[in-house]
Ligand binder design. Sequence first.
Ligand code: SF4
Length: 360
Amino acid sequence: MITTAESIDSIISPRAAKLWLPKQVLITPAALAEPWGRKIYERVSALGLPVQELKQNRLVNLRGEDERETYRKAKNTLAIVTAPASALKLQPIPPSADYQFHLAEGCPAHCQYCYLAGSLAGPPVVRVFANLPIILANLPKYKKPGQVTSFEASCYTDPLGIEHLTGSLAETIRFFGEQENMHLRWVTKYSQVDDLLQVPHHNHTRPRFSLNTDFISRRLEGGTASLNERLAAVRKMALPRALGGGGYKVGLVIAPIMPVPDWEEQYTNLLDKLQLALDFPGDITFELISHRFTPGSKAILQEWYPNTSIDFDESNRALKFNKFGGKKFVYPPVTMNNLRSFFYQELKLRFPEAPILYWT
Ligand code: SF4
């Protein structure tokens, strides 16, 4: 149970989260030719960050002497680029949404289980897209006739983690607010939501907050907002506008769920805090994702985080294949069932009206 020391005040008045400020900002000529690219340039300059104008559109010299140095250098680099033409050909992304699209690729955080490891080529630089108006104008082509079509914007980045540098998320929420039958979804581990509260979203955007136990967040999610900061952010976003909030429908993504020692106690504590943060009626959904890894993501993550405490031992896991024949290692069936039953039971008790969209 929550102790008195962990009252709602400690959740709604946390320390301000630290914003990511890259050490190096690069802009390509193509990005500089885009009006949105110049806006990003101005925002970044206003934050006191010097911007280097490149002579060519390719990003070069991003590697260090070894993988660790390449990682360090890349995670401190923001590149303002144009999304390639292939970004305008949208791919489906079940079970999260009908289609995915991208405002950026790469993320400033340092999660030791990062879902992006192995999905993006090259050093993990944060590339933000300067041709945002073209990316947005392309989306209505994918509308399914007569039904709501959902679009996921956080498959390759954490869009809130870089919002202070780009403004692209607020612009995208505003765009979706003006569209019929098009809904936007994104997920974050950050908390700087104040600039999003007044954006006219017209209930077409569902921000989702990725949560985990305080123990896991502190140890494995470097550079992100703390658990209390995220809880304060989800509360602000979900509170009705009349009460000073954003009036958004919100989602909670509990991930990656791990059977650490005392997991029941730790996740009970998380759900107690969440119940306290969302102590008013609202439209909320849950997504539940257990930890998994592939041979490729394990190799990259162990190179990036050689001292990680994540258990990557395949002999403790069950092997699954995706539809393309790729291998992934998940928890064995007994562990999966225990975790799944716990969450379904505890969430129904605390949030009986909130659908659980999926467990994986
Ligand atoms: S927030 Fe997501 S994308 Fe960013 S480092 Fe963490 S897991 Fe990777």
